[in-house]
Design a protein around this ligand. Structure first.
Ligand code: ITT
Length: 188
């Protein structure tokens, strides 16, 4: 029998779901997965993309959902690839990014988590500063082998506590506080 969940993560990317599930488990929130390709509008604003993705996900799922839109923003490239991170990863990949980055290596990862149900659309932002490594290090998905979080010497792919400090963790922590309060006030 399928387990019934009250909250679903809608995404085409199972890496994102696995991390989101681990993080929300630690806050006592169960998360189901709906693997779907969502409509992604062209926009400079992660928030605008996230809100549109959330509405699209809710209209398909008809249950309370969260979606996530992320971006890696590299300072010396004026924030590129930012909202285009997914496309740039598929086209240039980590090798291509390393060729573009020169002496100034500061970057940040940003996560926008959007919750949507029948009545509410709400987003939560998490940001993590860091730098771009000089070569790919460690085995990980996406940009993990080239992103070094601040106060670390190792890349996301080399550390084992990514889910305790990532951009995703920071956004989901804000979401959890709000969501658990909401559940509590619905019970009263
Ligand atoms: P959706 O179906 O949920 O949209 P996606 O992979 O297209 O999945 P995004 O639009 O949020 O997701 O793309 C952001 C890209 O940034 C993603 O494809 C990864 O390549 C990269 N990325 C995001 N978070 C990451 C993380 O924690 N570690 C490594 N790479 C990450």
């Amino acid at each position: 029998m399928h387990k019934s969940f009250d909250l679903f993560f809608v995404s085409s990317n199972s890496h994102k779901y696995i991390e989101a599930k681990t993080i929300l488990d630690s806050f006592g929130i169960e998360l189901g997965f709906l693997k779907l390709n969502l409509e992604e509008i062209q926009s400079h604003s992660l928030n605008e993309i996230a809100e549109k993705k959330a509405k699209d996900a809710f209209s398909k799922c008809k249950k309370p959902i969260i979606i996530e839109d992320d971006g890696l923003f590299i300072d010396s490239l004026n924030g590129f690839p930012g909202p285009y991170s997914s496309y740039v990863f598929e086209t240039l990949g980590n090798k291509g990014i390393l060729k573009l980055v020169s002496s100034k290596r500061n970057a940040k990862f940003v996560s926008h988590i959007a919750y949507c149900d029948k009545k509410i659309l709400k987003t939560f932002v998490g940001k993590l500063d860091g730098t771009i490594s000089k070569s790919q290090r460690g085995k990980g998905w996406g940009y993990d082998p080239i992103f070094i979080p601040k106060n670390s010497e190792k890349t996301f792919a080399e550390i084992n506590h990514k889910n305790e400090l990532s951009h995703r963790f920071k956004a989901l922590k804000k979401f959890s506080n709000w969501y658990l309060d909401k559940l509590e006030s619905n019970d009263q």
